[in-house]
Design a protein around this ligand. Structure first.
Ligand SMILES: [Zn+2]
Length: 188
């Protein structure tokens, strides 16, 4: 597995249909500097059909965009939930996620983000975390994660607090990333 947390895993050649789906998915994901990406999401208190529909849509978008995580704020919904792809098995949703334990040991790796296309930045993260929350039906969930899954859920939890990977990187890497991103800003 390569270094990216959320974005396209490798610069693989996708077949034209897959590439079209990826572009379509990315077009539905808020892109930096969209204001929603800087906002604090609110706790979910209703585990209804609407929530289940949102989770299904987010899983599909994450899959189509070749990502391994996607937070609700990235689709403009200010509710505390994200979807992620564990090392094994199907994608899962975590509602009202909380990281209750973090290893003291950290590492630094390059991260990408589906909302910040075209840049990767080094981010220091805890190597192991324990994540608790609910699934989309309101049942308790608990994940003990390491490696890329641990990095992914730290990145997604940050999204729910309006914190982006460029807020967590070194001043130099942030400056470089912003210089790449700035010319992409289009006023419409
Ligand atoms: Zn992201």
């Amino acid at each position: 597995m390569d270094e990216q947390v959320e974005g396209q895993v490798v610069e693989e050649e996708l077949d034209p249909e897959r590439e079209t789906r990826r572009r379509f998915a990315l077009a539905q994901i808020r892109q930096y500097p969209d204001a929603a990406l800087k906002m604090q999401a609110r706790p979910v208190d209703e585990f209804d059909d609407q929530l289940a529909t949102l989770v299904d849509r987010m899983k599909q978008l994450m899959h189509d965009a070749n990502g391994i995580g996607l937070a609700a704020t990235q689709v403009g919904v200010l509710q505390r939930l994200f979807v992620f792809q564990p090392d094994e098995g199907d994608a899962v949703a975590v509602v009202n996620p909380e990281i209750v334990e973090r290893s003291g040991e950290t590492d630094v790796a390059d991260e990408g983000c589906l909302s910040i296309q075209g840049v990767t930045v080094p981010v220091e993260r805890a190597i192991e975390v324990t994540l608790v929350g609910k699934d989309e039906r309101g049942a308790d969930v608990r994940y003990e994660l390491d490696g890329y899954s641990a990095r992914c859920v730290q990145h997604e939890t940050d999204h729910l607090d309006g914190v982006l990977m460029i807020d967590r990187t070194t001043p130099e890497a942030r400056k470089e990333a912003l210089s790449v991103l700035r010319p992409r800003i289009v006023l419409t």
